[in-house]
Ligand binder design. Structure first.
Ligand code: CTP
Length: 403
């Protein structure tokens, strides 16, 4: 991610007749104050020359993976890192297919695969190619991963056919880039504390009581908030997930350890996102040696764990507080109750009775419950849900909300 003052937009140009309109797009983006870098596919250079874009942007125009100055940084990685937003306009059916399948065989597709920046795609192609099921399923797959599409317009196409497939108006594409550019930095200067994963409450050195949670949503929220400029601390129970980039990760095991880690850090937080599945109870005592099977205890006495989020609410700590609710029935009602009981600003609620969604899966469908109303996310990948949560967090922070 680029940390310079000016927002950098990487404009990808692919080989279609609408490539000439990319010149207008580049001008519109420069007019909006962005630093623009262009990367073209070989096919695009058949329609417009790199020199045109070089002149418009005053920046070198990249085409090939192989023509780098050997002393320069690895080009596709530096472009990917520099970009705050990546927009591909026009984007052909072929490049949509390549991106949807993770292919990276030229500078543009490698940069797209390597970037952490939001991606905007403005397709342009023949109407039959656009409507083809395979194109539509590629579009749907990318959409679920959070790619923003600026839908092609209808009209007469270069090939003579009539229908949708024309590149969307340049101003519409530029506006979509602006939405993403604002989102790319909207948590800058904020400190966000995220809890994730399930806690494990030891019975003896090898056994524990725990809650089901992969930690994926919390890790995705931490990564998204960090990408958007926040200083993020992630307090997580045991999970196999790797540390997100640019996030301070505090790994704990028990609810008491999570409680201590949160309380030690919450003073600095502008927001707390409590996605952890904290075990509500722990064994009153942990047996120091392994319990052998011929000496099974008659019963294990449980005691309550502190409710971390409720305590933050009670003491009005942590700024904007977002809680989670995993329910199996009457999802909205239970979420509303938690919103009030734990004095949160928003509760993200999901129905965990559907095995295709939620625990351990890549996708989820949630309700965003606030005092202002309820919105449904529809089925999205957890990474995209994280983006939706950060959008709302950003608005709550900007609105100076109190519970
Ligand atoms: N939470 C917490 N500390 C706990 C328990 C829960 O911070 N000891 C937080 C979770 O991270 C989540 C929310 O509170 O944001 C979930 O509320 P919780 O009371 O755990 O929900 P349930 O256990 O499902 O409650 P109930 O049994 O009342 O449905």
């Amino acid at each position: 991610m680029n940390h310079s003052e000016r927002v950098t937009v990487l404009v990808g140009v692919t080989g279609g007749i609408a490539a000439y309109k990319s010149c207008e797009l580049v001008r519109a983006l420069i007019k909006r104050g962005y630093r623009v870098k262009v990367v073209m596919t070989e096919a695009a250079t058949e329609f417009v020359t790199p020199l045109t874009f070089r002149t418009l942007t005053n920046e070198p125009v990249a085409v090939s993976l192989w023509e780098d100055d050997p002393s320069a940084p690895v080009h596709h990685i530096s472009l990917a890192d520099e970009a705050d937003v990546c927009v591909i306009a026009p984007c052909t059916a072929n490049v949509i297919a390549k991106i949807a399948h993770g292919r990276a065989d030229d500078l543009l597709t490698t940069s797209v695969l390597a970037t952490e920046a939001p991606i905007v795609i403005a397709p342009a192609m023949n109407v039959h190619m656009w409507r083809d099921e395979v194109t539509q399923s590629n579009v749907a797959a990318l959409h679920a991963r959070g790619v923003v599409f600026v839908e092609p317009a209808a009209g007469e196409l270069a090939c003579g056919d009539i229908g949708e497939g024309r590149l969307a108006p340049v101003e519409e594409i530029a506006a979509a880039v602006t939405v993403e550019a604002e989102r790319a930095r909207d948590l800058a200067g904020r400190t966000v504390l995220v809890t994730a994963g399930g806690t494990q409450e030891p019975i003896d050195p090898v056994r524990y009581i725990g809650n089901r949670s992969s930690g994926k949503t919390g890790f995705a929220i931490a990564a998204e908030a960090a990408r958007r400029g926040a200083r993020v601390t992630l307090v997580t129970g045991p999970t196999h997930l790797a540390d997100p980039f640019e996030v301070e990760v505090v790994r704990i095991q028990t609810a008491l350890e999570m409680h201590a880690a949160v309380m030690a850090r919450v003073g600095e937080a502008d927001a707390v996102v409590a996605s952890a599945a904290v075990a509500d109870f722990r064994p009153a005592e942990t047996v120091s040696g392994k319990i052998k099977k011929d000496s099974i205890p008659e019963a294990i006495t449980l005691v309550r764990n502190p409710d971390i989020l409720a305590e933050l609410g009670e003491r009005d700590l942590g700024g904007v507080r977002i809680g989670f609710a995993a329910e199996t029935s009457e999802v909205e009602r239970h979420a509303r109750e938690k919103l009030e009981a734990k004095r949160c600003h928003m509760v993200v609620a999901n129905d965990v009775s559907d095995p295709a969604l939620g625990f351990g899966t890549e996708a989820n469908s949630v309700l965003f419950v606030t005092r202002a109303g309820v919105e449904s996310s529809g089925v999205l990948l957890k990474r995209t849900i994280a983006r939706e949560i950060c959008d709302r967090l950003s608005r709550l922070l900007a609105g100076g909300h109190t519970a």
